[in-house]
Design a protein around this ligand. Structure first.
Ligand code: PLP
Length: 403
């Protein structure tokens, strides 16, 4: 059994084979306890009160910000904005940067493999500014050819927004290369790190990322806390996204001035318990280490691929190389709707996802309506994969094929 599994109370309370970590990760006791500790020992509205409890909450919130800054190697705590999730982080960039710094005639480049959260905000910016939205199309294995990049990233491209890891194909996209291209035009790159940050070391400076968005819940933190990293000079010139309490310096009847970063982008009461839980999840993740995570995901993905190869009616989306999947295996079975696959597996207490994975344009591009998806994380092991595969082998029989 995986030595980390015991750290996750859900597996003892509700035994299951959990293979839906790309949707949300399970939480270790360390995170659950941290959030509880906050409410039992530091619960007050941070940044507001001049009494002990409130100052403890303020300190906890600030420590969490520093922890995130170190984790992604940002150069300044002020570059870390707490949000609710990746979706809110990306919308913040679209509304605050996109609507103000992208103009008619500019080009925004994204890809057909994006999660809707990283597609709809750019459709909105293009529609409102008159900029042109251009979609990169990948090869079968999820890579982008140089010809595709040369054809579609012109000198009019002022913003590229792309997932570092696709939530369906699991491929890792070439952020550094794209950053270099858009920077030559004086543009920016927005990185959707929802599926990368929990699985690999992400260094915003090394990548050349101008913005990076991710969700706490996919890296074992509580729900409702997310992060937007932005380069300080960009955040400084951007107007606030939401207005209200806590994000102001001074309010008059005829206007207001804004608080310093990062508070300018954190309107209203913040989520210090979530941030404190996020810090605990990052510390837990670091105690496990990305090498272990990578090795576990690669080993288990390879096991799945080996077995899937024996069944010509199973088709995996993306690369044929299991090591290029970041633990994500989206697949179809001929003649069986993915919802039926998921229901049959559910009867064996194997939890996978089925549907369009909030990536309908990618489903269209791949020519599939929906897919099933198994996604792995640090607590999975060989037993999980064996149960999954045993269940998968029953699917066609139950659906009336292969008598
Ligand atoms: N981007 C990617 C690649 C995702 O996989 C997801 C969630 O699955 C999101 C964005 C949106 O994340 P959230 O729902 O936490 O905002």
């Amino acid at each position: 059994m995986n030595k980390y599994k015991k750290d996750f109370p859900v597996f003892e309370n509700k035994p299951c084979v959990y293979l839906d970590s790309a949707a949300t990760a399970q939480r270790p006791s360390a995170v659950i306890e941290a959030e509880k500790y906050f409410y039992e020992n530091m619960n007050a509205n941070p940044l507001r009160g001049l009494y002990d409890l409130s100052m403890a909450a303020t300190d906890a919130y600030a420590e969490a910000r520093s922890c995130v800054r170190e984790f992604i190697n940002a150069s300044d705590d002020a570059e870390i904005i707490f949000t609710r999730n990746t979706t809110e982080s990306l919308n913040l960039v679209a509304y605050s940067y996109g609507l103000n710094f992208i103009h008619e005639g500019d080009e925004i480049v994204t890809t057909v493999m994006e999660h809707h959260s990283n597609m709809l905000p750019w459709q909105m910016v293009a529609e409102r500014t008159g900029a042109k939205l251009i979609y990169l199309e990948p090869e079968k294995d999820g890579t982008f050819s140089d010809e595709e990049l040369d054809r579609k990233i012109t000198d009019k491209c002022k913003l590229i927004s792309i997932a570092q890891v696709s939530n369906v194909l699991g491929c890792v996209n070439p952020i550094k290369k794209l950053a270099d291209r858009v920077h030559k035009n004086g543009g920016v790159i927005v990185v959707d790190g929802a599926q990368s940050v929990p699985h690999m070391r992400v260094d915003v400076q090394e990548l050349g990322a101008d913005f990076l968005a991710f969700s706490g819940h996919k890296l074992m933190a509580p729900f409702g806390i997310g992060v937007l990293y932005g380069k300080r000079d960009l955040l400084e010139k951007m107007p606030p996204f939401l207005t209200g309490g806590e994000m102001i310096e001074y309010v008059r009847l005829d206007g207001a001035t804004w608080a310093e970063l990062p508070h300018k982008f954190e309107a209203g009461t913040v989520n210090p318990a979530g941030a404190y839980g996020l810090k605990a999840s990052i510390e837990y993740l670091q105690s496990v280490g990305f090498d272990y995570i990578r090795e576990t995901e690669d080993r288990l993905t390879s096991m799945i691929f080996e077995e899937f190869k024996k069944f010509p009616y199973i088709h995996v989306c993306g690369s044929d190389d299991p090591l290029k999947h970041t633990g994500i295996v989206a697949f179809t079975i001929d003649g069986v709707h993915p919802h039926d696959i998921a229901s049959i597996l559910d009867a064996d207490k194997v939890d996978i996802r089925a549907g369009h994975h909030c990536a309908q344009p990618l489903m269209d591009f791949l020519g599939v309506g929906n897919t099933a998806r198994a996604s792995l994380y640090l607590y999975n092991d060989e037993d999980d994969v064996e149960s999954f595969l045993n269940s998968i082998k029953k699917v066609r029989k139950i659906m009336g094929f292969d008598k």
